[in-house]
Ligand binder design. Sequence first.
Ligand SMILES: Nc1ncnc2c1ncn2[C@@H]1O[C@H](COP(=O)(O)OP(=O)(O)OP(=O)(O)O)[C@@H](O)[C@H]1O
Length: 250
Amino acid sequence: MVLRGLRKRRGPLEVLRGIDLDIPAGQTVALIGPSGSGKSTLLRLLMTLERPDAGSIEIGGVPMWTDPRTGRPAGAAHLHRVRGRIGMVFQHFNLFPHMTALRNVAEAPRHVLGLPRAEAEARAREYLAQVGLADKADAHPAGLSGGQRQRVAIARALAMRPDVMLFDEVTSALDPELVGGVLEILQELSASRAMTMLIVTHQMKFAERSADRTLFLDQGSIIEDAPSAELFRAPRTERARQFLQAVIDG
Ligand SMILES: Nc1ncnc2c1ncn2[C@@H]1O[C@H](COP(=O)(O)OP(=O)(O)OP(=O)(O)O)[C@@H](O)[C@H]1O
């Protein structure tokens, strides 16, 4: 994933002020920073939910807002293709309540990728097993804990075999005792190097232990970008030092 000169304005406020970033395949990157620093806005741009005012985004070698075949601004078909390369998991998991866990995960492989039902379901079982829910395939969301629902949402995103996975505060809505199970799944995914991941999180211990690299965003700029162990042990900037101190004390 390659970002160049990404800018986004909201009214009078420049929320992202020129973001340059390369995330190589298989790397797990944590994005941290104070409230209002622009983390969610950056993720929304990467999720194609909003368009940058300037700059470019490339996912899996494909430019997001330009159709490489014509060199012209991307149309709906191109954006649809790009979106298919991106897996997204949100704070609120938005599972289909009337469908079993299995069908929630199999739905997009079946109807978006057009896989035959048996194949889509086999794939769904594979990813449910990966998130530790092989035995919950037939359960409906109402019969699952919040943590289990979030794991189904992760399986659902993985089942599309995207180039990158984006996680937006996926543990923030969970009861504290359910957070660990979800972080464990992310940790396993990270350790496997099978996926490129960008994780917005308030869980500093998790970022420190599980992300290869951590970015500190402050007022719309990445002011620190270092291997996680290094950034948490010895932040270079006073802003990051203060932030980490406040989080630890809080
Ligand atoms: N829809 C919007 N309209 C106007 N301003 C917005 C909108 N969304 C966000 N902002 C502003 O943009 C800035 C960045 O917000 P953003 O949500 O990206 O920050 P964040 O780092 O994700 O914060 P948090 O950790 O609290 O979620 C903030 O000043 C915020 O008030």
